[in-house]
Design a protein around this ligand. Sequence first.
Ligand code: ZN
Ligand code: ZN
Length: 177
Amino acid sequence: MGAVYIVWFIFHCWVSIVILLVVMRLEGSCHCRAVQFACDSHTPVPYQICYCSVCRKVGGGLGTVNLGASHDSLAVRCGRDSIKVYRAIIDGKRAESQRSFCGECSAMLWLWDPSWPHLLHPFAAAIDTPMTPPDRFVAACMDSKREWVPVPAGVEAYARYGPLSIDEWHKEHGKYV
Ligand SMILES: [Zn+2]
Ligand SMILES: [Zn+2]
């Protein structure tokens, strides 16, 4: 029995180490820190700024940067009762995607879409873990960008969305972890 336990223990440690090595743990919080959470990401580079009207308005900034993470890995450490969900109204219809935010301070936390239920898109602004900036930013939804909003120098800009998904961009640029 002891030997079985030791084998199980070693295997469990090995699996844990492999998981730690192949994903990046992102720690996040809202501004008032009522909500604190963590999630695992294979795609942690904040490379894409979205200037669509939803991202600009709900983010309260010039645009919003979303990351990719695994929905299964989401761990809400505290503040679950403070989390509210906004489903954006796009062209007069409620979107299926759900934007979670803190009901106390209004900080956006993450987006989840039932079309890709295994994915979670944390708002980069809510993440406290240091992240590596991209060599070159991608700008999405430039057709919705306000005229006074600047874009980073040398940006790769698209009227709507570029050809690469967040996963594909990370793999193509050697940033997938
Ligand atoms: Zn808050
Ligand atoms: Zn957007």
